[in-house]
Ligand binder design. Structure first.
Ligand code: FAD
Ligand code: NAP
Length: 536
């Protein structure tokens, strides 16, 4: 005899405010086939587990989606991934792998490296390298761009092969919800591919925003276009002073292009502002121009380039002509195309992102990871880690959840800035100025001595509590290879690093990382944090 069990929505969705969805579970046969009845505000759907084509369908083949899909398949789940790249307004498109691989971390790091090598060539003579005609050393943009794009294409290929080997079905189609368990995917030829899944993961990430000013979309580009630009960018204006703005400005200036950053308010919002301002000072010293407290007003194509009008801090309209205008003003979440209303998934109206608890949306079998999540760091390792943990919870009875605190990150400015934990400002707000101790130091990297490189911006900061065993709650480092330096300290902070433990650690000499262990001057003492010795 079939048993019928109805669980009203508030039982299943008790951790949520009331939503436009009712979830009912029914046991209807001797084989305990699980049947779900979902009522959105539009329709009622009845699903039986046996009818689903997949255990997991992932929308978005980027960092988070692919990590979750591969992990789930390794655990025996039947998995499909929809990935589709809508071309940028300039017509740029790319292959499988998402933002990081195609138009993010990877091409950015390679171009950063190209710029650092240019710097190294100029320093090499001081180390004894005989460089015949140093003045003629210059970048060949086309060669750089082709090399970067070739690497990306190889990663796209390896990613496809990897999915095939792991038996994850890749569907090159723009996916959307037809109902809570059914995904339709519009393919390039306009045909629709329809699949059903027990669980669905939204991992569609975001795309760069354009400002709402005349000529922005027609005449500007974004990070979606810069890495594959067929012509050298030339004199470039970058609007926005976040991660992307500073990183692009850093490598373009390093490659020899006249580069200006237009800053609306502050540099690197959300980061420790003392560190952010040191980064800007350092970039300015290298030749990057900064226009502070300015907003673009109009972008117009003219015979001699792209004319930009902006409003300066006094409210006056200023203008200049550039070869390239790059907008780096943040990214918009790609939820609009998903027809989330057909599944009852709720979005935060302010930023179109999804609010999820442990990556679970307000609809219990629909999950979200990566850049699409509201108020979570937009970083590749965050998306990957959350995606893998989710699949382990879904298909391997794991209970481990993602910890979004103490995520380390690095701004790949010419002199890099890596950090983990709280900024000085955040620590002051959370714990109160009297309860925190800031240790800081300027230092001289050994490799800066021979070319007599300016080291006045090599600075670090350790934020600790004054009681509670002097727990370390933030570490900040500006210097060469900051990402490599801060990664290990992130593990230490996760393991409850205290200042006494930091001080009892033996350093590796001669490295820049050991400076974080040598630090002893507190800001409170007002002692000079400049290096004591000239050459050790
Ligand atoms: P994505 O990687 O964006 O993947 C989403 C995929 O879904 C895309 O392929 C998209 O085309 C596809 N898609 C969208 N809608 C649909 C749909 N309806 N159907 C099917 N497919 C769809 N992070 C770092 O950690 N370190 C860095 O150095 C770094 N540098 C960056 C530099 C730049 C210039 C940029 C833009 C980002 C950078 N990031 C960096 C951030 C990082 O790229 C993102 O955090 C990461 O890619 C997010 O992964 P995701 O899986 O959420 O989304
Ligand atoms: P972002 O860090 O949010 O910075 C956006 C910048 O644009 C801010 O300076 C902001 O100024 C400015 N801005 C916003 N709207 C504007 C407008 N209408 N006109 C002029 N300026 C405007 O965004 P992003 O640099 O585009 O990067 C997006 C995300 O990608 C980041 O959050 C990051 O997580 C990820 N990312 C990571 C890395 C890395 O790990 N190294 C590198 C690149 C990107 P205000 O401060 O005034 O708002």
């Amino acid at each position: 005899m079939a048993t019928l069990l109805f669980l009203p929505s508030f039982v299943l969705s008790f951790r949520r405010p009331p939503v436009k969805i009712i979830n009912l579970a029914c046991t209807i046969s001797r084989h305990y086939t699980y049947t779900q009845v979902i009522c959105t505000n539009l329709s009622i759907y009845i699903f039986s587990e046996e009818q689903y084509m997949y255990d997991l369908v992932v929308l978005g083949g980027g960092s988070g989606g692919l990590a979750a899909a591969k992990q789930a398949a390794e655990l025996g789940a039947r998995v499909a991934v929809f990935d589709y790249v809508t071309p940028s307004p300039k017509g740029t498109k790319w292959g499988l792998g998402g933002t990081c691989v195609n138009v993010g971390c990877i091409p950015k790091k390679l171009m950063h490296q190209a710029a650092l090598l240019g710097e190294a060539v100029h320093e090499a003579a001081a180390f004894g390298w005989v460089i015949p005609d140093i003045k003629s050393v210059q970048i060949n943009w086309e060669a750089l761009s082709v090399a970067v794009q070739n690497h990306i294409k190889s990663v796209n290929w390896v990613t496809r092969v990897d999915l095939k080997n792991k038996k994850v079905e890749y569907i090159n189609a723009l996916g959307y919800f037809k109902d809570p368990h059914t995904i339709g995917g519009i393919m390039k030829n306009g045909e629709e591919n329809v699949v059903t899944a027990k669980n669905i993961l939204i991992a569609v990430g975001g795309r760069p925003k354009y400002p709402d000013i005349p000529g922005a979309i027609e005449n500007g580009i974004t990070s979606d276009d810069i890495f594959s630009l067929s012509q050298p960018p030339g004199k470039t204006l970058i609007v926005g002073a976040g991660y992307i703005g500073l990183e692009c400005a850093g490598f373009l200036n390093g490659l020899g292009y006249n580069t200006t950053v237009m800053v609306r308010s502050i540099i690197l919002r959300g980061f420790d502002q003392q560190m952010a301002n040191i980064i800007a000072e350092e970039m300015e010293q290298r030749g990057v121009h900064f226009i502070y407290q300015a907003k673009p007003k109009l972008i117009k194509k003219e015979a001699d380039g792209i004319l930009v009008h902006w409003v300066d801090k006094l409210g006056q309209v200023q203008k200049d002509v550039y070869d390239t205008v790059l907008f780096a003003i943040g990214r918009r979440a790609l939820t609009k195309d998903l027809k989330l209303e057909n599944a009852g998934v709720i979005c935060i109206p302010d930023d179109d992102k999804i609010d999820a608890v442990d990556e679970q949306t307000n609809v219990p079998h629909i999950y979200a990871v990566g850049d699409i999540l509201h108020k979570k760091p937009e970083l590749t390792p965050v998306a990957i880690h959350a995606g893998k943990l989710l699949s382990k919870r879904l298909f391997a009875n794991s209970s481990e959840t993602m910890d979004y605190t103490n995520i380390a990150t690095t701004v790949f400015s010419p002199l890099e800035y890596g950090c983990v934990g709280l900024s000085e400002e955040q620590a002051n707000i959370i714990y109160g100025e009297d309860n925190i101790e800031i240790y800081h130091a300027y230092y001289k990297p050994t490799e800066f001595f021979i070319p007599q490189k300016d080291n006045s911006h090599c600075y670090l900061k350790v934020v600790t509590l004054r009681n509670n065993d002097q727990k370390v709650i933030g570490m900040h480092f500006i210097g060469p290879n900051a990402g490599e330096v801060i990664q290990g300290f992130a593990t230490a902070i996760k393991s409850n690093l205290t200042f006494p433990i930091l001080k009892s650690t033996v350093g590796i000499h001669p490295t820049s990382a050991e400076e974080l262990i040598r630090v002893f001057i507190t800001k409170r003492s007002k002692m000079d944090p400049k290096p004591q010795s000239c050459c050790s």
